[in-house]
Design a protein around this ligand. Structure first.
Ligand code: 5GP
Length: 199
């Protein structure tokens, strides 16, 4: 069976990357999302093994020592990492696997897996991003400003990504993401079998 593709998706908090990814998966059953491990507290509604594997700092460090992460990073005081084995298993099974991760982890994946497709999801503008963060209601102004500052740092790394998708209208962002995946599949390097006959 043809191996699946590894897809890194990053973007600032509030840009709606989770919603874009969910909508893409609803349209394409060949796409799966990797479940990360994290040391952060579980939020209401989150389920261990579904949204994250919620583990202790000790367990996280143990996993690093055992080299079980494809990448890992620190983000606002907590640690996050992608367990390698389940990702490779899904790729072997032919699924496209999405890593929805922050940019430090994204850079590690680009180094370690040069075949990975990388997409940065951007907001139409910083003003709109700020508006979306404030609109969540559960965030005080200090936190909003901190996230915007964090977003500026992430935008500095965005030029390293192969693609940038703007999440203005959800359906357009999903359609752009699908176009990227389609165009990648049409690359000559993935279509050599069509040329073999003539050679
Ligand atoms: P949250 O705590 O809001 O769920 O996630 C915070 C940030 O960590 C988000 O940007 C999210 O994409 C990122 N993140 C989630 N899982 C991973 C991971 O396994 N590795 C890295 N590097 N970042 C992650």
């Amino acid at each position: 069976m043809k191996k699946g593709r590894l897809i890194v998706i990053s973007g600032p908090s509030g840009v709606g990357k989770g919603t874009v990814v969910k909508a893409l998966m609803a349209q394409d059953p060949r796409v799966k999302l990797s479940v990360s491990a994290t040391t952060r507290e579980m939020r209401p509604g989150e389920v261990h093994g579904v949204h994250y594997y919620f583990i202790s700092r000790e367990e996280f460090e143990q996993m690093i020592r055992e080299d079980r992460f494809l990448e890992h990073a620190q983000y606002v005081g907590n640690r996050y990492g992608t367990p390698e084995e389940p990702v490779d298993r899904m790729l072997e099974q032919g699924y496209d696997v999405i890593l929805e991760i922050e940019v430090q982890g994204g850079l590690q994946i680009m180094q370690r897996r040069p075949d990975a497709i990388s997409v940065f999801i951007a907001a139409p503008s910083f003003e709109i991003l700020g508006g979306r963060l404030r609109g969540r209601g559960d965030t005080d102004e200090e936190k909003v400003l901190m996230r915007l500052q964090q977003a500026r740092m992430e935008y500095l790394v965005a030029p390293q990504y192969q693609y940038i998708v703007v999440n203005d209208k959800l359906e357009d962002a999903v359609s752009d993401l699908r176009s990227i995946l389609r165009a990648e599949a049409l690359k000559t390097e993935h279509q050599q079998h069509l040329l073999k006959e003539a050679l």
